[in-house]
Design a protein around this ligand. Structure first.
Ligand code: PAF
Length: 301
């Protein structure tokens, strides 16, 4: 594995790899867990070569958010990626990604202000900007993102479509801890007690999923079920949102019959966590079997 620090070096290395085959990119902010490794493995299965970026992107953190506290584990991450047989690791500095005087940003209007974009103004402008830069540097054939960041996926899909990026965006399923907690680099910042309480997010989704499985399609009833689970945690878990939305527009839907994204975000102590569940359209609306049972199973709660 080659580790590269500058945009120029990375561009040259990617250009040379692309001459002999396809290139997959997994953009990350590091502190790698099995969720990230699932992206890397999928990229390795579907491409001739794999590039991974590790860059804690300052523009997607608002002042006062956890940019400084975000976990950084570069040595361990490098060893994990080496063991996966990754070809290129790109770990640029902030100055490399944002040359002085940089004033150009990518904004996905509308979508960028929904769900996490509503709670974290400017967040998706930072995400879209840095991912667009990475796409320009790497020119991947495929780029891999996790379904855990469902709103990010919707924003990036729109960006790829609108800015005509010639690549395929591949979304990989959420990877969970044995307790059901969705894997996240931020889990490293939870105390043991907070980690237990953090299970409330997947429990809320699972409660709603059971209702869906039993025939409930009304968004209001599903929200109430999620909210009551999340508010039952003695104030340790502080709700940000619990929504039932369209997976692409992120706008609220009245029912799940044509498919929906159940999305939750909550503060556990000082750490903000997110989780979600995709409910597929009813067979009458779309002739496809639902993946709900597998998602419930994966939550293990
Ligand atoms: O999902 C993440 O880790 C980040 O938002 C991303 C896509 C690497 C952009 O900084």
């Amino acid at each position: 594995m080659k580790t590269l620090f500058t945009v120029r070096e990375m561009q040259a290395a990617c250009r040379s790899l692309r001459q002999t085959g396809s290139l997959g990119l997994a953009p990350t902010m590091g502190a790698l867990h099995d969720g990230h490794l699932s992206l890397v493995r999928r990229a390795a299965a579907e491409n001739d070569a794999v590039a991974v970026s590790i860059f804690v992107n300052p523009t997607q953190f608002a002042p006062g958010e956890d940019y400084d506290a975000y976990p950084r584990r570069l040595a361990e991450d490098g060893a994990k990626l080496e063991a996966e047989g990754v070809d290129l690791l790109f770990t640029p500095s902030v100055e490399e990604m944002y040359p002085s005087g940089a004033t150009t940003f990518v904004e996905v209007a509308g979508l960028g202000d929904r769900l996490d974009g509503a709670s974290r103004p400017g967040h998706f402008r930072g995400v879209a900007t840095v991912v667009a830069k990475l796409f320009h540097i790497v020119h991947p054939d495929r780029a891999y993102f996790g379904q855990k960041d469902a709103a990010q996926v919707a924003v990036l899909r729109a960006m790829v479509r609108d800015l005509l990026f010639p690549l395929q965006l591949v979304v990989c399923p959420i990877v969970r801890e044995p307790s059901g907690l969705a894997m996240s680099s931020r889990n490293l910042n939870l105390s043991a007690a907070e980690r237990d309480r953090a299970g409330a997010l997947s429990r809320a989704l699972q409660t709603a999923a059971r209702l869906v499985r039993d025939g409930e399609t009304g968004a209001a009833a599903l929200r109430v079920a999620m909210l009551s689970q999340l508010s039952n945690e003695d104030g340790v878990v502080r709700l940000d949102y619990a929504e039932v939305v369209h997976p692409e527009t992120l706008l609220p839907v009245a029912d799940t019959r044509q498919g929906a994204l159940l999305a939750v975000a909550a503060w556990v102590g000082q750490t903000r966590l997110i989780d979600n569940l995709l409910v597929e359209a009813l067979p009458a609306e779309r002739p496809q079997s639902a993946s709900l049972p597998e998602q419930i199973e994966a939550m293990h709660v």
